[in-house]
Ligand binder design. Sequence first.
Ligand code: PLP
Length: 382
Amino acid sequence: MRRYLFTPGPVELSKKVEEATKGQMISHRSREFSSLMSGLQLKLRKLLNVQEPVLLFPGSGTSALEALLVNLISRGDKVLSFSCGHFGERFREIASRIGAVVLSFDKPYGEVFTKEEVVGAVNLYSDASAILITHNETSTGAANPIEEIIEGLPADGPLVLVDAVSSIGAMPCYPEKWGVDGLATCSQKGLMAPPGIGIVWLSRRAWEKVRQNKTCPSYSMDFLLMRKYLEKELPQTPVTPPVSLFFALDASLEEVEEEGGFLRRFEERKAYAQSLCKAVEDLGLELLVKNKPSRSCGVTAIRIPGKAESVRKGLLEKGIEVAGGQGALRNEIIRVGHYTREGLSELWDFIQALEETCKELGVAVDKMSFGKIEELYTGRCR
Ligand code: PLP
C-alpha cells in the first residue's frame, strides 16, 4: 500500500508544488519577487473574496495568531475568548501573555458555540475590545458557525478575531462578507503548501485600530510596516521572506484554479468528509463530533477510548500516518486529516487499514466492502 500522510497539516504536496519549492533563489528586492507578491495578493483576495490586503510573513499558524493579537490588543484590554478545544486555548494564552484581561468561555471538546451563547456573552461585557474564536477546531474536528455567530453581534461591538488556520482553503470562509475583523491562517493545511508562511487579513475597522495603536511592539510582525512595503510600486516584504515557500503557495493556489477553483474544492472536501464519517459509523466506531453540521471538512476525530494510541501506531505500521488526541483527548481519539485530494481509493485504503488494525487490537468493528465504500463515496448513502 502507498504511504499516506493523513495528519491535519502539514499535508502531502502535489508534484507541481513540490517542484515549485526547488527553484533557484531570487532577491526579495527584485521585480520577479514583486510580481510573485502581486500574483499571490490577487489569488488570496479572490479566495477570501476581500478588498483589503492579505499579509504574508515568515511563520506558522501560531505566529499568525500572535501577529493578530500583538497588532490589535494592548495590555489591560478586555478580551472574550471562546474555546472548544486545544487551539482555542492557545489563542487565549497568547492574549494573556500580551497582558489582556481574558474572560474565558468554554464548550466541551467536540461541541461548538451557538450564536446565542456568543451574543449573550458579548452583551454582558460590552466594554470588551475583542472576541477570540476558532473557525475549525483541529483538535476535535468541529467547526464553529462563524457567519451565523457574527450575524447576531453589534456592528460596533468588539473586534471579531478568528483563528482560521485549519479552515482556509478547505471550507468556505469569507471574512469581509461575514464581518470578521481579523483572520489568521497559514500555508500548510487547506492551502496545501509547505509550512512556513503566516497569513493574516484585517477589516477596515481593524486597520483603524492598528493605526491608532501606532507602535507595534513586534518589528517582524508589524502590520503597518508590512502594508507599507506591500503598497510600494513594486510590492515587497519588510523582512526577508521564505521565497521558496511563496513560490510553492503560488503554485498551489494556481493548481486549485486549474482544477476548477476553490468552490469546487470545498464541495469535494465536504463530500469526502461526509463519506468518511458515514464509513466510520458503519464500521461501528464513534465520531467525536455528534452534530453533523458542525463536522469539519478537513479533519475527522474518531473515538477509540483507551486504544486510540495503539490504533494510531498500528495504522502507522501500515503506512498511514494520522494524528492522536491532544491534552484530555490523548488516547481517546485519532484525528484523520483530509486536506488535499483524497478520493475513493484513499477512503478505501484508510477504512480497510482501520478495520484491520481495530481487529488486531480487539476493538469490535464490522466488515466493510469496497462496494459499500464506493456507494458511500458516490453519494448514494451520504
Ligand atoms: N490553530 C489551529 C486551529 C490549528 O489547527 C493549528 C495547528 O494545527 C494552530 C493554530 C497552530 O498552528 P502552527 O502549528 O502552524 O503554529
